[in-house]
Design a protein around this ligand. Sequence first.
Ligand code: SAH
Length: 247
Amino acid sequence: MTGRAYLVGSGPGGPGLLTMRAREVIDGADVILYDQLPGEEIIATLPEGAELIDCGKYGGSHTLKQHEIEALMVERAKAGKTVVRLKGGDPFLFGRGGEELEVLRAHGIPVEVVPGVTSAIAVPGMVGIPVTHRRYASEVTFITGHEDPTKPESALNWEVLARLKGTLVILMGVKNLPAITAALIEHGKDPGTPVAIIERGLRPDQRVTVGTIADIAEKARATGVRPPAVIVIGGVVNLYDEGSLPG
Ligand code: SAH
């Protein structure tokens, strides 16, 4: 008897943005494989009766590799369990949820996707930055900053990205921020374009750093910006509201 699997987005952090469907499937799970990104507040509410597998710290300290996570999901579901894979934000935006879906399907395991509120929109939104706005941006591009733009094998086309008039939202971009801003300037993006970095969005220790493409990398270095953070580039950053508080 095969069980079921759920690919669940937790939202960007904090129980308020977890969907009702996510809560329901979490509470009905036999096994929950979770990342740290959902945040302590949500992790603390995972049902005690379920087998809880911390994919960031497994069997002591070692981080589960992607293929190990997939193998555990398949193995538990084939044993008839109801398996929840809990990921930050939405499971299908830079979360490797697509790969997990493929593996589960290949093993004939029924899967339900429970979309989540993505940090890419919600984290800027909570500090008053709309990713689109009729006056500033009629398009928005979401990219991973995980790739070093100076590497020739980068899958991103920085020439095209620098030409786009809309908003650029970068996830996982803290480490490569100096290379990213340099690549944009090199390809002709206005160095005065506003940039906001929102660290630990919707958490009690949320912090926002604002600047321009020309100076944000230095500001981020000086203030010790660390992941997780959402980086927003474009005129919409002018709407940033310092009075906004984390939910
Ligand atoms: N699937 C997730 C993104 C996974 S990639 C989503 O839809 O939100 C991980 C990246 O997401 C982090 O490096 C960071 O860029 C961003 N992120 C997720 N939650 C965040 C939060 N609460 N505050 C700031 N950045 C966050």
